[in-house]
Design a binder for this molecule. Structure first.
Ligand code: ADP
Ligand code: MG
Length: 321
């Protein structure tokens, strides 16, 4: 490497993010020291990004820096946690300064938006791999779990579904650049929005929550497994973006929404009587919140059409189920 490990840390990471009052020792010593909050539980999440697996060659360094933090903040959002600190373990094939600059910028932009301070990490040489760990707070005992869904709960999702999957499909077909919705779809795929404020609002309200990284059916499936419950998804209620409606057939849209990953929206269940309050919160925060179905006591996930007829998951792109 042209730059040494220490020069990389100094130049790009030591002062990348704004300082928080609760960090006593940040980057530069053997470990970070942070002040802990009385009466709170510490939420901790880690995610690794590997080139080629977790982002396509078209992703810029800035996109990758953003995404490495975004997918972690999304996990905190799904727990209802308020983000505080991050650590970054970076393995690089070479010290490419243009790349490092873009990466650090993408990371820091998002960190500053959520008041997250980068407090440590590790820098090594090897095939590109990025591991971020985030820490955040929830008042003791109020973290949102996957396990609390109850029969009769409404199932809601934030935002629109399937956009990232549609973007990736168009990208792989070489058709994204020509699309009239290129900017919107690129944003949805490369810059997923961690729904942190929603997660915090859901504390004490939602019975269960998860972020949608692997697709609605798979991730709602995790809630059902942990909650020992089942669910009915009303296919006609699935929220689609204008890009989705204009770029695909209804059948493909349904497939992207049910089976496509990488949206990082939240899926959560709430008692029916909270539906109005939650949807009001969504409108005042400019975030679409849609009830897409309900929890039932019999295990299993069923998708039904407007007439109440069951739609098979295989016909929705779930051949591998
Ligand atoms: P040690 O050898 O004691 O593990 P290092 O020399 O690896 O320490 O790191 C020096 C300091 O820089 C530590 O505080 C470490 O947390 C921090 N650090 C190393 N790499 C990164 C990185 N990619 N991002 C943020 N902080 C880092
Ligand atoms: Mg080290």
């Amino acid at each position: 490497m042209a730059l040494s490990e220490f020069e990389i840390i100094d130049c790009y990471f030591a002062h990348a993010t704004a300082e928080r009052d609760d960090v006593r020792v940040g980057i530069g010593d053997d470990a970070a020291l942070v002040a802990v909050r009385a009466g709170h539980d510490l939420a901790v999440a880690t995610d690794t990004l590997i080139a080629g697996v977790h982002f396509p060659a078209e992703a810029t360094a800035e996109d990758i820096g953003y995404r490495a933090l975004a997918v972690n903040l999304s996990d905190l959002a799904a727990m209802g946690a308020e983000p505080a600190w991050a650590t970054l373990a970076l393995t690089l094939p070479a010290a490419d300064e243009t790349w490092l600059n873009g990466f650090a910028r993408g990371f820091a932009k998002l960190a500053d938006r959520f008041g997250v301070q980068l407090i440590g990490g590790d820098t090594t040489r090897g095939p590109l791999s990025i591991t971020v760990t985030v820490h955040g707070w929830v008042p003791a005992g109020t973290g949102l779990l996957r396990s609390g869904a109850k029969g009769g709960d409404a199932v809601l999702v934030s935002g629109t579904l399937g956009d990232a999957s549609l973007a990736l499909t168009l990208l792989q077909a070489g058709e994204l650049d020509a699309s009239t919705h290129r900017d919107f779809l690129s944003e949805r795929f490369f810059r997923p929005p961690p729904r942190v404020a929603l997660g915090e609002h859901l504390r004490g309200r939602a019975h269960s929550a998860i972020d949608i990284s692997d697709g609605l059916v798979a991730d709602l499936g995790h809630i059902l497994e942990r909650s020992l419950a089942g669910a009915v998804i009303e296919a006609d209620r699935l929220p689609y973006s204008m890009a989705m409606r204009e770029c695909t057939s209804p059948a493909q849209a349904r497939q992207h929404a049910l089976a496509g990953g990488d949206d990082y929206e939240l899926c959560f269940t709430i008692p029916r009587q909270l539906e109005q309050e939650i949807s009001l919160w969504g409108s005042t925060h400019d975030l679409r919140l849609t009830r897409i179905g309900y929890i039932v006591t019999e295990p299993g996930l069923r998708v039904v059409d407007a007439q109440g007829h069951e739609v098979s998951l295989e016909s929705c792109g779930y051949a591998h189920f």
